[in-house]
Ligand binder design. Structure first.
Ligand code: G16
Length: 543
């Protein structure tokens, strides 16, 4: 019966015959005009996943850091984490089934997962500010209603807000109130409590320049300001009133180009940060007195947060194990600093929050950040309980105070996924508590000069990687070539990997000087271009 309705509605969201899409680093992502059928089918999948897990499931229509013309979809699992990897296979099968195959693909998933179709299902939907997002989220809703499930359309929300909402709903409100207002209240309360413990906070600490990437993060930060009141004052740029989403602005632009976004005014020494298009990433930066730009990326954020937590852990004297999870993009200096100076174990996973998140769950406290500014901190149930108990107890003043600070940190950080707004508040609170300027934070260690480039190839799948994407196994000879190039420079390292969000191969290189990092990145790009089927013009040397 339900299959009839599914097929009937599907004809309104017909798949272009022959179009094949891959489930990438964070779901499907491509030109918006190719996604209507995918959205409809992800609506179906969300219902099946909801029935299977007997929980609410989230769907966010967004292409995050990609250009405005693209769009995409992120599915959110019961605890607010990314869709289980085992289900990515079903997502791919559904997205790529021709119309006449749809019925059998849906039936197969139901059978393989032994889904009871009588179960209730609930899907929460959200979207970013792209012009295509509203219509595409209607396609998701059509998929959900074709399977007769209930849904709530949260409309414009940041991706992390929807992750938060799913977690709240599935924990019966234990994680927080299941609304965007509940999110504002929870975070601003924790931020104010934590900041209260800062002494002698100068005015310097109070104002922050924020680049909203002309996206949803700007709208939501503006909404949140009334809850933060005077606890933090923000100058918001690229708020969507003029510019285009992610165009010469936003976290990805700033990180990759290593320069400030357009449209921001920054005085020397002023703290600035950029969100990405769906506000799940953040990077900080400033210009020094000589006008030189300094970037504080996800690695610097991970170091700041883990130093802060480690110092508190010493004070509370609880036996909790903390680790930091990074990817191959982590600057070599950050890994060295964490391991050698801070004595914190560091692990490397493949790119993609889904990989880092799962690794971080193995520890009492798992701090994970990608260099691009995507990350958060996970506290295990044990850590959470021990810290909260100590915060209530008649322990010594210092112990209790440290436990209370940790407790506020737990409440401030969005543990479901990387969250630009939540991370920003955590960073602001730490800087203020430690009395650190952005320059002092930056000086904790010095980044090795590095460069990221993109190479266009005919089929990026010809590149296969191993060792958490640090080495290639295909095409033959490419890794040997990269090894040879790396040897030409001092303190050097380079790797390449196919992007899971854009149709490009990413190249990363670091070396002792910027000139050498640029030269190595260019050499490696040429190798990729010639050995992996480059298209268009040969990569040019960086000026
Ligand atoms: C997504 C993922 C991130 C990943 C980024 C780039 O971010 O959530 O984990 O680092 O894509 O991935 P790739 O190098 O494979 O293109 P976002 O913010 O775009 O959703």
């Amino acid at each position: 019966m339900y299959l009839e309705a599914v097929l009937k509605s599907s004809s309104r969201h017909a798949k272009p015959a022959g179009l094949i899409l891959q489930y990438g680093t964070a779901g499907f992502r491509t030109k918006a005009e190719d996604l209507d059928h995918v959205m409809y089918r992800m609506g179906l999948l969300a219902v099946l996943r909801s029935k299977k897990t007997q929980s609410a499931i989230g769907v966010v229509v967004t292409a995050s850091h990609n250009p405005e013309e693209d769009n995409g979809v992120k599915l959110v699992d019961p605890m607010g984490e990314m869709l289980a990897q085992a289900w990515e296979v079903y997502a791919t099968l559904l997205a790529n089934a021709e119309e006449h195959e749809l019925q059998s693909v849906v039936t197969d998933i139901i059978q393989q997962e032994s889904i009871n179709m009588q179960e209730e299902a609930f899907v929460a939907i959200g979207r970013d500010t792209r012009p295509s997002s509203e219509t595409l989220s209607q396609a998701v809703i059509d998929g959900v209603t074709a399977l007769e499930a209930t849904y709530h359309d949260h409309g414009l929300v940041t991706t992390p807000q929807l992750h938060y909402i799913i977690c709240c709903r599935n924990t019966g409100g234990r994680y927080g109130e299941t609304t965007v207002v509940g999110y504002y209240k929870k975070l601003s309360r924790a931020f104010k409590e934590l900041s209260k413990q800062a002494h002698g906070c100068s005015d310097d600490h109070k104002c922050l320049n924020v680049d909203g990437a002309n996206g949803i993060g700007a709208l939501k930060l503006r909404e949140m300001e009334q809850y933060l009141q005077s606890a933090l004052s923000v100058r918001l740029y690229n708020d969507g009133s003029k510019g285009k989403l992610n165009e010469v602005c936003g976290a990805d632009y700033v990180k990759v180009q290593q320069k400030p976004p357009e449209g921001i005014e920054m005085e020397a020494g002023e703290r600035c940060c950029s969100f990405d298009g769906d506000a799940d990433r953040i990077v900080y930066y400033y210009n020094d007195c000589a006008g030189r730009f300094h970037l504080l990326d996800g690695d610097k954020i991970a170091t700041l947060i883990s130093t802060f937590i480690k110092e508190l852990l010493v004070k509370v004297n609880l036996n909790l194990q903390m680790a930091v999870v990074q990817t191959a993009y982590a600057n070599g200096s950050s890994t060295r600093y964490l391991e050698e100076t801070m004595k914190v174990p560091v692990y490397c996973t493949k790119t993609g929050v889904k990989h880092l998140h799962h690794k971080a769950q193995e520890f009492d406290i798992g701090v994970y950040f990608e260099a691009n500014g995507h990350g958060t901190v996970l506290f295990s149930k044990t850590a959470d309980e021990q810290i909260r108990q100590l915060a209530r107890e008649e322990a010594s003043d210092e112990r209790r105070k440290a436990a209370q600070m940790l407790q506020n940190t737990i409440d401030l950080i969005n543990q479901t996924v990387g969250d630009a707004i939540s991370d920003m508040l955590v960073i602001e609170a730490i800087l203020s508590l430690k009395g650190l300027t952005v320059q002092q934070w930056d000086a904790i260690y010095t980044d090795l000069p590095n460069r990221q480039l993109k190479v266009k190839v005919a089929d990026r799948k010809v590149i296969e990687t191993t060792d958490a994407e640090r080495r290639t196994v295909k095409p033959p000879g490419l890794q040997e070539k990269i090894d040879g190039l790396v040897k030409k420079y001092s303190q050097s390292r380079a790797f390449v990997r196919p992007s899971g969000t854009e149709d490009v191969v990413r190249v990363y290189a670091e070396a002792d000087t910027q000139e050498n990092a640029d030269a190595l990145a260019h050499d490696v790009s040429l190798a990729v271009f010639h050995m992996a089927g480059g298209v268009g013009d040969e990569p040019k040397p960086l000026k």
